[in-house]
Write a protein that binds this ligand. Structure first.
Ligand code: PLP
Length: 416
């Protein structure tokens, strides 16, 4: 059979054709009224997508550039900061804090888990200047509970800024950004369906104020300079013009999914990721495989442990060679132990079911998992899809909008 090439990776993610066309057609100079018009519209739409009234800025960099900008703009050498870490991207926050000479406290959880809120409370100090976390830890497939951390900061009357790497959280998680988050960071190659190279972030008034006193060095990522330019729908340096055009088309697509309303479209995109993730989890568990993050799974990506004694690279390779589907291996020391399947952005029911079907063949023929017949994992995914309304309606009790069974907010007891 022929094979179509498909990405099931948590960044870069599959590209939206309309965005690719918009990028190909974007022959315009950035100091022109045409570009300013595009930029103004994209910034306004991006605010709706992020769900904020605050300033939103675009940076020509990968997501990590915006993470660095957050650290360098709001901290001074010697500042105490708190990093909540449970994987490779949490560790990146700690490394960035140290690179900018901050005193970094870390609350960590084992890979595959989320941290206990009680541990965060204990680690928070009066002088903690900022708390850095991920909304979803892409390396392990875990969702952290942003509202629980925000609530903790409020209840402790902390002055700390809350900075959230929502690079795979945006478009997969419901947030109340303006109530909970000071700096919220996104990246182009994730849920907004365009290639890598563009980062975006929203910045609260409190965060802007803190920049008046922060002393760490910054030049390219000087957010105050970018804000001044963004208000004229420009940027300090040459912007990623074609990516911005692609982003405009992607936001149009997302709005169309919500009947023309971008906020509804964003909600539909999040729900879509939730359903694709739940279908995948059901399929994988039916195969007898073990979820790496069963308690607080992200909707962005599902991490699955390879069967004992089997390198997860086998699954990656089989899916690629036999079905043209690219998934990702584990990162760092998790390489070989787990594989990851993405759901954020331009994935739908058809993609999800097809991947589950391909995985069945890999399980039976390459992994030789016992006691399993073709079709069982597909049936499990189908049942989840059929029950999707229930799945989405069943989560009122947690502040992060998850159904309680799956919520990261749950493990609030201190770790022993
Ligand atoms: C993809 C990703 C990043 C950004 O990585 P870049 O390679 O710099 O774009 C950061 N955090 C998370 C959670 C991610 O998934």
């Amino acid at each position: 059979m022929i094979r179509k090439t498909r990405l099931f990776t948590p960044g870069p993610t599959p590209l939206l054709p309309a965005a690719q066309f918009a990028m190909a057609a974007a022959e315009l100079h950035h100091r022109t009224p045409e570009f300013r018009k595009l930029c103004e519209r994209v910034l306004a739409d991006l605010k709706l997508f992020v769900g904020t009234q605050n300033d939103v800025l675009l940076l020509a960099s990968s997501g990590t550039g915006a993470m660095e900008a957050a650290v360098s703009n709001i901290t001074s050498p010697g500042d105490r900061v708190l990093v909540l870490s449970a994987g490779k991207f949490g560790e990146r926050w700690a490394a960035l804090g140290r690179a900018f000479s901050c005193d970094v406290d870390v609350v960590s959880a084992p890979y595959g888990e989320t941290f206990a809120i009680e541990d965060v409370r204990k680690a928070l100090r009066i002088e903690t200047r900022a708390v850095f976390m991920q909304a979803t830890e892409t390396s392990t497939g875990v969702r952290h509970c942003v509202p629980a951390v925000a609530e903790l900061l409020r209840s402790q009357r902390s002055d700390a800024l809350l900075v959230v790497d929502a690079i795979t959280g945006l478009g997969t998680t419901h947030f109340d950004v303006d109530r909970d988050v000071d700096i919220m960071i996104g990246g182009s190659q994730k849920a907004v369906m365009i290639p890598p190279g563009l980062a975006y972030l929203s910045v609260s008034d409190k965060a802007w104020n803190s920049m008046e006193f922060s002393l760490n060095p910054r030049y390219y990522f000087d957010l105050r300079k970018e804000r001044k330019n963004a208000r004229k729908a420009e940027s300090a340096y040459t912007p990623a013009v074609s990516l911005i055009a692609g982003l405009g088309a992607a936001l149009d697509f997302i709005a169309a999914q919500g009947g023309g309303d971008l906020v509804q479209g964003r909600i539909a995109l999040v729900n879509n990721a939730e359903i694709c993730a739940a279908m995948t989890r059901a399929a994988v568990e039916t195969l007898g495989l073990t979820l790496f993050a069963p308690i607080a799974p992200a909707a962005a990506v599902t991490a699955v442990l390879s069967p004992p004694g089997v390198d997860s690279g086998v699954v990656v390779k089989e899916l690629k060679q036999r079905f043209g589907a690219t998934i990702t291996n584990g990162q760092g020391e998790m390489k070989g132990l787990l594989f990851r399947i993405a759901h954020l952005g331009y994935f739908d029911y058809m993609d999800t079911l097809a991947l589950a079907g391909a995985l069945e063949h890999v399980a039976v023929e390459a992994l030789q998992l016992p006691g399993f017949a073709l079709g069982q994992a597909l049936a499990a995914a189908q049942r989840v899809y059929a029950a999707r309304e229930m799945l989405l309606g069943n989560r009122a009790a947690c502040p992060c909008g998850r159904d309680l069974l799956r919520c990261a907010h749950k493990p609030v007891e201190a770790r022993a």
